[in-house]
Design a protein around this ligand. Structure first.
Ligand SMILES: [Zn+2]
Length: 113
């Protein structure tokens, strides 16, 4: 049964994702088209292995079109403080908007103090 090896599939997938991210980072400036291909592959691996994009890479790649944000000028970051404080990352390639709440960081600081 191949399903019993799902832990291994996950491990291999995460390993490949890490390698592809490193590849994308290295080629982002000179060969952005290669970096984009690597990014698309990463999204496909995630879907196939049924895993989430590792948290460490979540903010470094567009989850819609796979553009690695290592490519200069591929994204825009804005901090919005209306309502709750959050960071907005916009992918220049496809326009996908990702909002990251920054409230948790504030709360964490308060708890520690
Ligand atoms: Zn995108």
């Amino acid at each position: 049964m191949r399903l019993t090896h799902s832990g291994e599939v996950r491990r291999i997938a995460l390993d490949r994702i890490a390698r592809l991210m490193e590849f994308a980072r290295r080629h982002a400036s000179e060969r952005p088209e290669l970096a984009r291909e690597a990014g698309k592959l990463i999204l496909r691996i995630c879907r196939k292995a049924r895993i989430r994009l590792p948290a460490a890479y979540k903010r470094l790649i567009c989850r819609k079109c796979g553009t690695p944000f290592y490519i200069p000028g591929s994204f825009r970051v804005r901090v919005r403080s209306k309502r709750s404080t959050h960071v907005v990352i916009t992918c220049i390639t496809c326009g996908y908007v990702k909002r990251i709440p920054a409230v948790r960081e504030k709360k964490a600081m308060r708890v520690k103090a």
